[in-house]
Design a protein around this ligand. Structure first.
Ligand code: FUC
Length: 805
């Protein structure tokens, strides 16, 4: 069979995760449990369509399906506590000068002293809220056997199965993005067996009006705190049997099947300064009615088509074989060793991060917050907000490399929306152009300060997020995005820093002051992370300005870059200094390792381009140790991958799975915080493929634990989609789908011996360079195949793998 033909057949037959040459176990991408969940946080199974989320606990007699809609927040404009966007009522510029002067005199200041001068008492920040629960009650549930609760992440469908009295029951649940609803179906393998009652419970921090008629439950009201209007509707569609609606409840008796459609919205709109839009009633009614008009099979098919168009793009095989064991037991047994079951958990966990991002970040809603879209509390940890000194950024590290660019619009829409309130912050706090935000933000445009001394100061947040805009361009090469979205944002943030940097009298360099390395140490001038982030912003803006012909601004930024302290220093014990002065304590094991920003997600430091700084970063990272919160371990996977140390990256993945992962495979800080899930998936992509330095690096940090395997569908900067087959720790074949015409620079050990580069048709492609770094001209739309001339045994193994790339 020709390669092209084989490729086409493989694409048609493609299974999401295939062991080399064999069929995947059917549940390799399923989380399952043999009992109902008793703990929302540890055991619930999450489904989501970006705007809405739901948690499945799987009770047999009472099935409480807690749900969310991402815009239901207390606080903000209209809040009972008052709301000021975190802005001081008067200019803080004189006070800022006082702090700068004191830092200049004494080099460091305690966070409490700075907060006493600059900190701000928070009013009306608000909290993300639970919307309520759909409560299904079933009578006479004794004698249940064969219980299985599962979440199939290959199709984004959760199921509950059980047997009773010789009847097999099935409950299916999915969150449908095209229809913006949550769908539940109850069925049995014998007729007339579906009887239950359905109601919507609402948390008691609000008043709600309930209306039930014609199998439709409507619950609506306004939050007491800020008057935000909300509405949810549940329609119950029973086939066979009978249904009656009374007392806030729909009762179904002796039906063959029942389909339940749930919709929820608020009148939130991302419009500064009032953040209010249309009354949600008409839209909620439309959501449920349009979905209810479709047959269940059609709803399911459209949902799966939408989901799989994203999810199926990437497959990972690291030698996994899923044992026939519930996921909580798989996790409990996990050692991080050589076993195929450990590989199965790692591969599932990698794909789970992709599942969770698709489920919590789709166009038309807010970005994934600290808990994605899932929250059952009126006072969730950290308000389930958007922390921007690592957390929101980490949520989106995987989006482009793991081939989920469609999950990024909520992030960019949200950040764009912060620019307007952020301009006011920049003016009042710094007297500067451009815009600013600090440690954390919310859907209400909070860009000012909070009062918490050891975290409140993070003026580099917008610069860090600007990196996401530019990197999205580097992955997609979308010139319109660069011109219309990324560059205006980056330029506004650069304008802020051109005004806000100060000259350090010690060496005449431009520094950030006051500057604070999250979330420990003293305040000082020019902490490494501050400098590295501004360096990253300025180099990106300089490159983009040249590309777009904005010469005057480019010159201004280049002049500042020439004077900018780049933040890289090697200290007395060989470490990369966290501060401009050598204050690092080799015993410090703090979870934030922020001064390694230059290594990841920045690319100012790399073993290939700056080996001495990379070695210093390794010394710092080793001293910090392998502990930390869930997100800290996830970041360390990425750091070690960037240091090209696959074994240590894998060790961090293992530590995360063993110590910071709940039975439902959610990351825990503790408590549950979703950034670690996303950061770990990003870390695995960094182990297999990197592209931050203008070259595509194949298997840069492959651990010994994954000697043979394959990955399909990873994205590299330059708009190239990459598949790799490897064995004995070495790449055998690499496919590259080029979406743009241009030179592709490739780094691989595969070039150390005989190799061939062809188009997929078999035609040879000229290749330049020497050693492990080569380049070739790729033409838009072509697929290229790089193969090692490995011994016959490895080649036949590779051929089986290639068919699935
Ligand atoms: C940052 C971290 C904390 C936590 C919080 C939400 O402040 O330092 O560990 O993740 O965000």
């Amino acid at each position: 069979m020709s390669w092209k033909r084989r490729f086409a057949v493989a694409a048609i037959l493609s299974v999401t995760s295939l062991p080399l040459g064999a069929a995947a176990a059917p549940d390799a991408l399923t989380l399952w449990y043999d009992r109902p969940a008793t703990d929302w946080e540890r055991e619930g199974l999450p489904i989501g369509n970006g705007a809405m989320g739901a948690m499945l606990l799987g009770g047999v007699a009472e099935d409480d399906i807690q749900f969310n809609e991402k815009t239901l927040w207390t606080g903000g404009p209209g809040s009972a506590e008052g709301y000021d966007f975190g802005l001081p009522s008067e200019s803080l510029v004189p006070k800022l000068k006082t702090v700068r002067d004191r830092i200049e005199r004494s080099k460091k200041l305690e966070p409490e002293d700075v907060a006493a001068v600059l900190g701000h008492k928070v009013h009306g920040f608000g909290d993300y809220q639970s919307f309520g629960s759909v409560v299904l009650k079933f009578a006479g549930m004794s004698g249940v056997t064969g219980y299985r609760r599962e979440l199939d992440i290959a199709h984004a469908v959760a199921r509950l199965r059980y047997e009773q009295g010789g009847v097999h029951y099935l409950r299916e649940y999915f969150a449908d993005y095209p229809d913006r609803v949550i769908v539940i179906r109850l069925s049995a393998d014998k007729p007339h067996k579906i009887s239950f009652s359905a109601a919507i419970d609402v948390p008691d921090n609000r008043t709600a009006a309930r209306n039930v008629s014609h199998s439709r439950i409507t619950v609506s009201g306004a939050l007491m705190d800020n008057g935000l209007k909300y509405e949810s509707q549940l329609r119950v569609l029973a086939e066979g049997g009978s249904a009656d609606s009374a007392d806030g409840i729909v009762r179904v008796s002796n039906a063959d099947t029942a389909v339940l459609i749930l919709a929820a919205r608020t009148n939130y709109a991302m419009h500064y300064p009032d953040y209010r839009g249309d009354d949600p009633h008409a839209a909620v009614q439309r959501d449920v009615d349009l979905a209810a008009a479709k047959p269940y099979r059609q709803l399911l098919a459209e949902h799966e088509k939408d989901y799989r168009a994203l999810f199926d793009r990437v497959s990972l095989n690291i030698g996994q074989q899923m044992p026939d064991a519930p996921t909580d037991r798989l996790l409990a047994a996990y050692q991080g060793s050589q076993g195929a079951a450990d590989r199965a958990l790692e591969a599932l966990y990698f794909q789970y991060g992709r599942y969770l991002l698709i489920s919590s970040s789709r166009t038309g809603s807010l970005p994934a917050n600290l808990q994605g879209v899932w929250n059952h509390s009126a006072t969730p940890p950290w308000d389930a907000d958007y922390h921007v000194n690592i957390n929101l950024q980490m949520n989106y590290w995987l989006a482009d490399p793991a081939n989920l660019a469609e999950t990024t619009p909520p992030l960019f829409d949200f950040i764009d929306g912060l620019a307007e309130p952020g301009r006011e912050s920049a003016k009042r706090i710094f007297g500067a152009r451009g815009w600013l935000m600090n440690l954390n933000t919310n859907p209400w445009g909070y860009t000012g300060l909070i009062a918490w001394p050891t975290a409140f100061w993070q003026p580099e947040a917008a610069a860090w997020l600007s990196q996401h805009y530019y990197d999205h361009y580097r992955f997609t090469q979308d010139e319109t995005f660069l011109r219309e979205r990324a560059y205006p944002m980056m330029k506004a943030v650069a304008a802020f820093w051109l005004d806000a940097l100060v000259t350090d009298p010690r060496d005449g360099k431009l520094v950030v002051s006051p500057s604070y390395s999250p979330e420990h140490g003293p305040f000082s001038a020019g902490a490494s992370m501050s400098q590295e982030i501004v360096f990253d912003l300025f180099t990106n803006v300089s490159e983009a300005a040249e590309h777009l012909g904005d010469e005057a601004f480019g010159r201004e930024v280049d002049a500042a870059l020439a004077k900018l302290d780049p933040g890289l220093r090697i200290g007395s014990w060989g470490q990369l200094q966290e501060w401009k002065d050598d204050w690092d304590d080799p015993k410090d094991d703090h979870r934030h390792v922020s001064h390694l920003f230059a290594l990841h997600p920045g690319h100012q430091v790399s073993p290939l381009t700056t080996p001495a700084f990379a070695e210093a970063a390794r010394v710092s990272l080793t001293a910090r140790g392998d502990g930390g919160t869930g997100w800290s371990k996830a970041w360390k996977i990425n750091f070690w991958a960037r240091l090209l140390d696959g074994d240590h990256a894998h060790k961090m993945l293992s530590e995360q799975l063993r110590q910071s992962t709940l039975p439902n495979l959610w990351d825990t800080h503790p408590p549950f915080q979703i950034d670690g899930n996303f950061g770990a998936t990003a870390g695995v992509t960094e182990m297999l493929l990197q592209s931050q330095n203008g070259e595509i690096h194949i298997l840069p940090a492959l651990p010994r634990a994954w000697p043979s395997g394959s990955v399909r569908g990873l994205r590299a900067r330059g708009d190239v989609t990459v598949g790799i087959c490897w064995s004995n720790g070495e790449a055998d074949s690499v496919t590259m789908i080029a979406s743009r015409t241009g030179f592709v620079r490739l780094r691989s050990k595969l070039f150390d011996s005989v190799f061939s580069l062809t188009e997929i048709s078999g035609a040879a492609v000229p290749i330049n360079g020497s050693g492990e770094l080569r380049s070739f001209l790729a033409l838009a739309g072509n697929t290229y195949l790089l193969r090692s001339g490995a011994p016959a045994a490895r080649r036949s193994h590779a051929a089986a793998c290639e068919a699935n790339l």
